[in-house]
Design a binder for this molecule. Structure first.
Ligand code: AHM
Ligand code: MG
Length: 335
């Protein structure tokens, strides 16, 4: 009624997924169930991140992960929570995690038709300082007749069925998009224990004078990379220089870029010729979100990030993603 300003028609993620499912007559509900398991892992990870300082979960676990980074206690917990959620969903045939050297196959899940790639806690070097981190995920469908092999996950982003991330910031923000669909953002309401649709049909601003890159690497940058970033700081025309914003958590830097516009970059350089960020669970899922929100994502060769086929599960790439016009500007410096 008009007598109250309280929204009584709340769209939870559960409701949203159910409504999406009924739009597709061929849908079996399997994808919806997989997403329910996903959202539970986000809630659980969010909970432990918020409790970390109180329950002795800060600091290192005393091991390194698949890509040689020191593992934090929370990296291990996030990974375990994610694996357990995927296993128990009954719908996930195989899982690639940043924290696991090899693919995890859930062989007992007969009839599971999805392959999932994830970085359970991306940006974990920020954890102990209470700075935002996030979970990134990408979902592929197994090839017809496949019961789950490496080939089902070593696919280009163009074939992703769904992708997104959850940022654990002042609140937990979940952003999800499906193939050919819109981008939708949900906020975790801690008292309801539900993700609520707060950012329907997200569109990234066409341009914005904000750049986000680890400028400490500039010594190692290629000449055209240097020229591009210099042009942002020393505009030729009567323009103002760009603002710099770099959190050092891809999810948080990307989320801000999605909302405000601008450019986020982690270019390959002389020190890391393949770049730092991983294709399967960092670059491709983010690229899908940005492309579906009207932005762009490309690699160092100026190819669409979504077309890049990873050679191995932890394969890396340089990446530029952001507002449509800002990515065009990147290309103009790499002709
Ligand atoms: P991680 O997966 O080990 O946390 O590393 C990925 C993170 C990204 O979140 C972030 O964009 C980047 O590493 C920051 O790297 P750097 O500290 O080199 O700037
Ligand atoms: Mg990561």
């Amino acid at each position: 009624s008009e007598s109250t300003s309280v929204n009584t028609n709340i769209v939870t993620l559960t409701r949203f997924l159910t409504e999406e499912q009924t739009k597709h007559r061929e849908a079996t509900g399997d994808f919806t169930l997989l997403c329910h398991a996903l959202q539970f892992s986000f809630k659980a990870i969010s909970y432990y991140i918020r409790r970390a300082t109180l329950v002795n979960l800060t600091g290192l676990a005393g091991q390194s992960n698949a890509t040689g980074d020191d593992q934090k206690k929370l990296d291990v917990i996030g990974n375990d929570l994610f694996i357990s959620a995927m296993r128990s969903s009954g719908k996930c045939a195989l899982l690639v995690s940043e924290e696991e050297e090899e693919i995890i196959y859930f062989k007992d899940q007969t009839g599971a038709r999805y392959a999932v790639a994830c970085d359970p806690i991306d940006g974990s070097s920020n954890l102990d300082a209470g700075v935002s981190v996030g979970t990134i995920f990408g979902i592929h469908k197994l090839a017809d007749g496949s019961s789950g092999t490496k080939e089902d996950i070593l696919r280009p982003g163009t074939e992703l069925l769904a992708a997104g991330f959850t940022m654990y910031g002042a609140s937990a923000q979940l952003v999800i998009t499906m193939k050919g669909g819109t981008v939708n953002g949900f906020t975790l309401d801690n008292s309801f224990g539900e993700f609520i649709l707060t950012h329907p049909d997200m569109k990234i601003p066409k341009k914005r004078a904000i750049y986000s890159v680890n400028e400490g690497n500039s010594l190692y940058w290629e000449e055209n990379t240097k020229a591009y970033f210099n042009s942002l700081k020393h505009p030729q025309e009567s323009g103002k220089p760009y603002s710099a914003r770099y959190i050092g958590s891809m999810v948080a830097d990307a989320y801000r870029t999605l909302l405000y516009g601008g450019i986020f970059a982690y270019p390959a350089d002389k020190k890391s010729p393949k770049g730092k960020l991983r294709i399967l669970y960092e670059c491709a899922p983010m690229a899908m979100v940005f492309e579906n929100a009207g932005g762009q994502a490309i690699n160092d060769k100026m190819e669409p990030m979504l077309q890049v086929v990873p050679e191995s599960i932890h394969d890396r790439s340089g990446i530029y993603l952001g507002s449509y016009d800002e990515v065009e500007k990147v290309k103009s410096f790499h002709k």
